[in-house]
Write a protein that binds this ligand. Structure first.
Ligand code: ATP
Ligand code: MG
Length: 373
């Protein structure tokens, strides 16, 4: 489907990749991994023609339909949610508009019979194409995807302008899923999803027949929907077959080997360095010193992998408060027409059940964010 040949990309002299090669075949479900800033998003952008490589080629199969969900900054405006999502069905809007246009002309008494014959023929072709793309069930399919991604039926006629950033990303995701592409590229699609929508998306992608190139930090999700891993590491691409867990195992072995090679190389370099320091001013050793200095310059340095850093937290036990921690009476809150709290009464005592604790935590978090307490 896509063939990446001898590709290099750099920004301001810093190479993200150098002379890399990679193929995406139909049915590949690839997880693209690498530490922050290694160039995952840049690769997707390059494959979508948004940035140019410094060198190399990207060959794409003819007429390939590619969907791309960027990591951020997507906005939709001027259409209802349903219309915007329906725009994801390829050719549907254009075909429907053309159908309306021809129907009007066919009813126009000023259009002569010969011209009408041609229009009827065109209309037949349009109907054939509409059938091909299963246009009559398009709306039902679109609604299913929107509901799966957490939209409510009452949102369908709402203008997209009124959706927040996270929901804008969901609209873009919905449009891409609806489009039935040969290849979908997604940059952190789960960032804006709740658990239910994430479950739904996982199920959807499991049955998706096309190819997938995915960047995601959600290990469970990646494991469920991919069967190959492309790693960007030290400006190079490495492919691992199998899912993400398999990759982590292979990577751990590789990292251990690299660490060992690194230690060995460091030891060797230190020995040489010590020799040079020791005999630098000794005329009888001048030749050996010179050759060792040369050796030092010729080392092909082993780079250490980026080991994941772990941070540990310890929260001190808080001092016990009074019997009543806080009390809420008749608390309401709204954003415009959106009533989010309706006359809440709540008494928070020191001891409470786990379920109660959860409610209190949510309430407290919600209210403290808005500086009520
Ligand atoms: N247009 C640009 N001009 C200059 N530098 C850029 C440009 N785009 C990206 N970079 C730099 O290239 C590097 C790779 O960026 P990119 O966003 O591709 O990384 P990433 O692997 O997607 O990171 P993350 O995991 O944080 O999403 C970063 O150092 C970034 O600052
Ligand atoms: Mg990125």
């Amino acid at each position: 489907m896509i063939d990446i040949v001898n590709l290099s990309l750099q920004f301001g002299g810093k190479y993200l990749y150098r002379d890399v090669n990679f193929k995406i075949n139909s049915g590949d479900k690839i997880s693209l991994v690498g530490s922050n800033g290694t160039g995952k998003s840049s690769l997707l952008k390059m494959l979508n023609g948004m940035i140019d490589p410094e060198k190399g080629d990207i060959f794409k199969r003819k007429n390939i339909a590619i969907g791309y969900l960027p990591q951020e900054n997507v906005t939709h405006k001027g259409r209802t949610l349903l219309d915007e999502a329906l725009a994801g069905v390829p050719d549907l809007k254009e075909l429907q508009e053309k159908e309306t246009e021809i129907t009007i002309l066919l009813n126009d008494p000023d259009v002569d019979d010969e011209e009408k014959l041609g229009l009827v023929e065109q209309l037949g072709e349009i109907h054939h194409r509409l059938e091909e793309i299963d246009s009559y069930s398009a709306e039902a399919r679109v609604e299913k995807v929107l509901l799966g991604l957490g939209f409510m039926a009452r949102d369908f006629e709402k203008l997209t302008d009124h959706f927040s950033g996270g929901w804008q990303m969901r609209i873009a995701l919905a449009k891409m899923l609806i489009a039935e592409n040969d290849l979908m590229m997604m940059d952190e699609p789960t960032n804006h999803l709740d658990i239910d929508s994430l479950e739904w998306l996982t199920g959807f992608l499991k049955t998706y027949k096309g190819a997938l190139l995915l960047v995601s930090h959600d290990r469970r999700f990646v494991n469920a929907v991919t069967n190959k891993t492309l790693e960007i590491f030290n400006t190079d691409f490495t492919v691992f077959n199998g899912n993400f867990d398999h990759y982590l195992k292979a990577k751990a072995e590789r990292d251990e080997r690299l660490e060992h090679e690194y230690d060995q190389q460091q030891r060797k370099m230190k020995d040489i360095q010590q020799f040079v320091e020791r005999f630098r001013y000794k005329a009888s050793k001048a030749k050996q010193v010179q050759s060792r200095v040369k050796m030092l310059g010729k080392f092909d340095k082993v780079d250490l992998p980026d080991f994941e850093k772990s941070i540990s937290f310890r929260f001190p036990e808080p001092p016990k408060s009074g019997e009543i921690v806080y009390e809420v009476k008749n608390l309401s809150m709204r954003f415009g027409d959106n009533l989010v709290l309706d006359k809440i009464d709540y008494l928070r005592r020191w001891v409470c059940s786990p379920a109660e604790k959860k409610v209190v935590w949510h309430l407290h978090f919600f209210c403290s964010k808005r500086q009520i307490f």
